[in-house]
Design a protein around this ligand. Sequence first.
Ligand SMILES: O=c1[nH]c(=O)c2[nH]c(=O)[nH]c2[nH]1
Length: 318
Amino acid sequence: MTVPSRPSRPAILGQNQYGKAETRVVRITRDGATHHIKDLNVSVALSGDMEEVHYSGSNAHVLPTDTTKNTVYAFAKEYGVESAERFGIDLARHFVTSQEPIHRARIRIEEYAWERIGTSGADGTGHPADGTGHSFVRKGQETRLAQVTYDGEDWEVVSGLKDLTVMNSTGSEFRGYVRDEYTTLQEAHDRVLATSVSGRWRFGWTDDEQPAPDWEESYAQTRQHMLRAFAETYSFSLQQTLYRMGARIIEHRDEIDEVRFSLPNSHHFLVDLEPFGLENDTADGAVYFAADRPYGLIEATVLREGCEARIPVDLTNL
Ligand SMILES: O=c1[nH]c(=O)c2[nH]c(=O)[nH]c2[nH]1
């Protein structure tokens, strides 16, 4: 096919750039049982001699955006991620020095910070022996929620939170599931388990005559129990982890009768780096693609025995 020539119209191409935006790359390094996470969102914008691709459609100067994405993953694997700045410098230099038509590279990086789910709070002092060497909560406060209903006689208090993002970099598998003619999923023996917790819990307190719970203390303890259950459960499924998170709250917090969770399964897929001669398995330095959709959505209520379920099934209605 012949490439059409530059149009004669007096329309001049102005500033332009291109590249893959928002490549979500997660690299997990292992120091024995203590793991370290680098979680980046990398956007590449390249510019240079790109008149022809716009004017005539010739791609002769175009390094595909797909390649820029692959480069991000391959660099994460090969050189690691010491810092976002260093990573950006290495990438920008690579694009400008390896491709003659590319004169400028802008690499934008967002880094998401994680802290360990510690034994006495998410304080960075997690001890590997109890599973907390590989359990993390994303930095930044979750949103705390409360709903209070009063009909002149009875109170109903439902507390909760959303956007509490947690990750286990190991200690999770998924296998032994049903297979039908559409099943292609490979069994996972060692996978990343990550979710953004949305949870609600209902208090047994309904009566002004009874002392009300200490709401602040209850929230802090409940949050901690859910984090600890997430960290300490060796997970065969997110469903099982969810149940343990709810059960631990019911077992430890007498003031709470019902817990409901909505947990997206935030899939982390190992990137296939074989085409670049790089082995990428769950061993040290694994590089993952953090997918944002579609995601599994696991939801369930955990009740104190003898209590009634009153939290709506759809938490967006609460
Ligand atoms: O923890 C999981 N539960 C599932 O029900 C499921 N389904 C799936 O494809 N992956 C997973 N993971």
